[in-house]
Design a protein around this ligand. Structure first.
Ligand code: MN
Length: 379
């Protein structure tokens, strides 16, 4: 029996994680749940999964929930950190959105919890520090991101030294194939209409700008300790091949499957075991072809910016991430145009005073600086 605490249990990954647990109640047990403010959904989750404690980030909502259920309810950053370090938890699922996930993930690792990581911003902003702590505390960090789960599986039984390059596949997002001119007036609704994956709002916009893929490159760099020069992105609109590894002999391993996040979630929870499920199996007859192409980084420069930020290192990935969070939030609210997202991010990068070897405080300060800068720019 694995005891699990979920940070971000009412979001897209959180609810799908609970679905995996629902179907494997003899294997997994929920001990903690943390949410931002959705107490109605949280209340249902408490009734169904019976955790020891929960946390609601929004203090008013936490007070409201206290009147409705009779378990320990925490709130604020402290509550989130408590759910990350809950004594009874073996594994912590980090599925909150944004750099708010960094500190709780770090605390969970230091409390010797195994991590199933869905919050990619954690590795993007603080990858060096996180991976050092993972080693030091001898815990497992399993990626939930489908591409990184694929890379992990392609590495099974192989040696890291034998890797020639990582090939991360990319659907291309909602605007694949469009020109810059055609991106000028796109709406939020169009951007949210992802061709293959059904995901939360922020990540769907990140997919449309290709920033999501850029973050995944940085994530892969940290997870597998591969130089940026040896990580390639390839457009594969069918989203069936979830990523590949080319080895020194030219042989390529890939992992395939339907595009359903419950697959990588389940693997992250059950590893090293594989367990059966009732999800539909991949049906090759449905596909006439699998196609590949090179991403258009002139039209979608966020991918290039992420490579740049990764190679520069230090506080730069934190800046690109925070600037992106603010710009995407403003776009989702309908306040800025789609093309202002990359524009503003580039400005933040060019203005930032880099710290080469930051500690976690430097990283959080760079994050704050980039937020303020971007907000000012977009006002
Ligand atoms: Mn992904």
């Amino acid at each position: 029996m694995k005891n699990i605490s979920i940070l971000g249990s009412t979001g897209s990954i959180g609810t799908q994680t609970l679905d995996v647990i629902r179907n494997n109640k003899d294997r997994f047990n929920v001990v903690g749940l943390a949410v931002n403010s959705s107490i109605e959904v949280l209340k249902q989750q408490i009734d169904e999964f019976n955790p020891i404690a929960v946390s609601v980030y929004d203090e008013k909502k936490a007070e409201e929930l206290k009147k409705q259920v009779d378990i320990e309810i925490l709130s604020g950053k402290e509550g989130l950190n408590k759910m990350a370090t809950l004594e009874e938890a073996d594994t912590v699922i980090t599925s909150v959105v944004g750099s708010i996930g960094v500190i709780p993930t770090l605390k969970a690792i230091q409390a010797k919890k195994n991590i199933a990581l869905a919050n990619k911003e954690t590795l993007v902003t603080a990858g060096d520090i996180i991976m050092k702590e993972v080693k030091k505390n001898n815990v497992n960090l399993m990626p939930i991101d489908s591409e990184h789960s694929a890379l992990f599986q392609c590495l099974n039984g192989e040696k890291k030294e034998d890797i020639n390059r990582l090939i991360i596949t990319c659907s291309g997002g909602s605007f694949r194939g469009r020109t810059k001119e055609e991106l000028k007036d796109v709406t939020v609704k169009e951007a949210l209409n992802h061709p293959t994956w059904n995901m939360g709002g922020k990540i769907t916009i990140d997919s449309a700008t290709l920033m999501n893929k850029g973050f995944e490159v940085i994530e892969a760099h940290h997870l597998y300790n591969i130089p940026y020069e040896n990580i390639d992105v390839i457009i594969h609109p069918q989203s069936i091949i979830h990523s590949m590894i080319e080895y020194v002999d030219g042989s390529i391993m890939s992992q395939l499957g339907i595009h359903d996040m419950r697959l990588p979630i389940q693997y992250a929870l059950s590893y090293p075991k594989r367990i059966p499920n009732k999800l539909p199996k991949l049906c090759f007859e449905e596909y006439n072809s699998f196609t590949f192409s090179i991403p258009d980084i002139e039209t979608f420069p966020c991918l290039r910016y992420a490579y740049d930020a990764g190679k520069i290192g230090g506080t730069m990935p934190s800046v690109i991430n925070a600037a992106n969070e603010v710009a995407v939030r403003e776009f989702l609210k309908g306040r800025i145009r789609f093309l202002q997202i990359p524009e503003t991010i580039r400005k933040a990068m060019d203005t930032h005073n880099l710290i080469k070897n930051p500690d976690i405080d430097d990283i959080m300060k760079a994050d704050e600086w980039a937020r303020e800068f971007t907000e000012e720019e977009l006002r």
